[in-house]
Design a protein around this ligand. Structure first.
Ligand code: HEC
Ligand code: HEC
Length: 223
């Protein structure tokens, strides 16, 4: 009788745990699939050039969501076309994409680092590197109440680590060039796979100076 009860509990335990276990990919299996990605994204997801985004530590659900959109050929589903990656995900199963996402999510991002840049405001005033960084920090932490830009911290976390379960990507440490390019793509409506147009809406309200300043700030953001 005792054995029977123990058995029942074990079964219940597995039943309760299984949704979480099956949601996660297998990072080791993923590692076997990413040799082709290394040239651009680095062997551990820390890409060697700012022309390519770092994937290390971005969050499994986010990476998986992007891979689905990049691989997608159904016009009714969210799509993200990346010419450099044409055909690269063809023939990969859903599990393969999950496993790749788990692999990169398990790696640590190496901070790109903020640079000493000058940002030019609409008025023509040029901000010093220190003022530019302060503007980036202000946008990141408080947004812009006047124009309705939401604070980035709300979803991407005060330390830039994002919210992995919610598929809000890590931003902290990413190349400024890539962050800026994405904000411009959301603003122009060229990147459209964000659910409920959340980033198209936010980026649509940002000035070019705010984009440049917050992108540089994010590159140096860490815990
Ligand atoms: C020839 C270069 C190249 C190769 C090889 C490549 N990528 Fe990419 N990848 C890119 C570029 C460029 C972007 C960003 C495009 C943009 O600006 O939106 C990107 C973006 C991504 C993103 C989205 C990142 C984010 O932060 O949203 C993921 C995920 C990704 N690649 C995964 C992969 C995987 C997995 C492979 C291998 C199967 C791969 N890439 C191979 C060039 C490459
Ligand atoms: C309400 C939540 C929310 C807020 C606030 C928010 N974001 Fe996002 N952001 C998201 C989500 C969700 C995504 C992923 C979209 C997708 O699935 O493609 C994202 C994606 C991004 C990306 C693309 C990252 C990549 O790796 O390609 C950038 C860059 C970005 N956000 C910058 C910002 C900045 C800068 C701010 C503040 C001005 C901000 N976000 C505020 C939710 C938010």
């Amino acid at each position: 009788m005792k054995k029977l009860i123990a058995g029942t509990f074990t079964c219940l335990g597995l039943f309760v745990l299984s949704p979480f276990v099956s949601a996660g990919g297998d990072a080791q299996a993923g590692e076997k699939l990413v040799a082709v990605c290394a040239a651009c994204h680095g062997s551990d997801g820390n890409s060697p050039s700012s022309a390519f985004p770092k994937l290390a530590g971005l969050g499994e659900n986010y990476i998986y969501k992007q891979l689905k959109a990049i691989a997608n050929k159904d016009p009714k589903k969210p799509t993200r076309s990346i010419v450099e990656m044409t055909g690269m995900l063809d023939g990969m199963s859903d599990d393969d994409l999950r496993n790749i996402a788990a692999f990169y999510a398990s790696k640590n991002i190496q901070l790109a680092g903020a640079k000493e840049i000058e940002v030019k405001l609409n008025s023509g005033v040029v901000l010093s590197p220190k003022e530019s960084l302060a503007l980036g920090e202000k946008i990141y932490r408080a947004g812009n109440a006047e124009t309705g830009v939401a604070a980035c911290t709300a979803c991407h976390a005060p330390n830039g680590a994002g919210n992995a379960p919610a598929a809000y990507p890590r931003l902290g440490g990413q190349y400024a060039e890539y962050i800026q390019k994405q904000l411009e793509a959301f603003q122009a409506g060229e990147r459209t796979n964000d659910d409920a147009a959340v980033m198209r809406d936010i980026a649509g309200k940002m000035h070019a100076s705010e984009i440049a300043a917050v992108a540089n700030y994010i590159a140096g953001l860490t815990d």
